[in-house]
Ligand binder design. Structure first.
Ligand SMILES: NC(=O)c1ccc[n+]([C@@H]2O[C@H](COP(=O)([O-])OP(=O)(O)OC[C@H]3O[C@@H](n4cnc5c(N)ncnc54)[C@H](OP(=O)(O)O)[C@@H]3O)[C@@H](O)[C@H]2O)c1
Length: 232
């Protein structure tokens, strides 16, 4: 049984992760911006009872991050898996119409928040069993793979997340904490749209299989949901 913390757990891939982790017996902490409106999480709570704690977490709010740490500490003495899943698409403003606010807001959620959450959760992760920090990135953040341009805010924020993770992997290597960035595939969610190639269930099953199979030598790598390495 893993002790798992997931951000953006009220819908899409985050909700799917919470559901599959609970299904297999894990202890889940599900962060979301509006717990009172998280009807799907409440349905999971009815099914899985006290193995699920739903907590308020806007990932851009440092005081909410600190409160989340305190809440988790009230239930468990360590965390085995932190999944930074919350993310925003960042809009599709083309070059010529880019504005500072949209770029910075996207960076805050997609790049800055995951690293600050990892920092805040570090004491709990240090007490975990084979602890893993996995951030859901995107192939669109791969510089090598960018042949079609556009999506400035999203692509750059995920590339930044990838680099932050690379440093994290180096810095945490001596402490036995594995950190990876994971591309979930093109998934049918609000963000991915209905044209996506994968259902949430397929993507999440793959992501969890990848996380379960990680070893220390995988730390600092960029994998997709099938465990294939993605070029940086
Ligand atoms: N779907 C795809 O094809 C695809 C492909 C590559 C990567 N990804 C990545 O996968 C992750 C999940 O995406 P998804 O497809 O499941 O998207 P989604 O259905 O749009 O869900 C996004 C989730 O992130 C949460 N979120 C956004 N801003 C937040 C904030 N400031 N604080 C806390 N939570 C916040 C949302 O909460 P609210 O409900 O409160 O807005 C929601 O729970 C993202 O990091 C995304 O970049 C998705």
């Amino acid at each position: 049984m893993l002790r798992v913390f997931i951000t953006g757990a009220n819908r899409g891939i985050g909700l799917g992760l919470a559901g599959q982790c609970l299904q297999r017996g894990d202890r889940v902490f599900a962060g979301c911006r509006n717990p009172e409106q998280a009807t799907e999480l409440h349905r999971l709570q009815d099914q899985h009872g006290d193995r699920l704690t739903v907590l308020p977490l806007d990932v851009t709010d440092q005081s909410a991050i600190d409160s989340a740490v305190t809440t988790v500490e009230g239930f468990v003495d360590g965390l085995d898996l932190l999944v930074n899943n919350a993310g925003v698409g960042g809009g599709e403003d083309p070059f010529g119409q880019l504005a500072e606010e949209g770029l910075i807001d996207t960076f805050r959620v997609n790049a800055v928040a995951p690293i600050l959450l990892a920092q805040a959760m570090l004491p709990l992760l240090k007490k975990g069993q084979r602890p893993v920090i996995a951030s859901v990135t995107s192939r669109m953040g791969s510089i090598a793979d960018n042949g079609s341009g556009g999506y400035y805010a999203y692509r750059a924020s995920k590339a930044a997340l990838n680099m932050l993770h690379k440093s994290l992997a180096v810095d945490l290597a001596q402490q036995g904490i594995i950190t990876v960035v994971l591309h979930p595939g093109w998934v049918r969610t609000d963000m991915g749209g209905q044209g996506g190639r994968l259902s949430v269930e397929e993507s999440v099953a793959g992501l969890l299989q990848v996380v379960d199979g990680l070893t220390e030598t995988d730390s600092g790598r960029f994998f997709d949901w099938r465990g294939k390495k993605v070029p940086w």
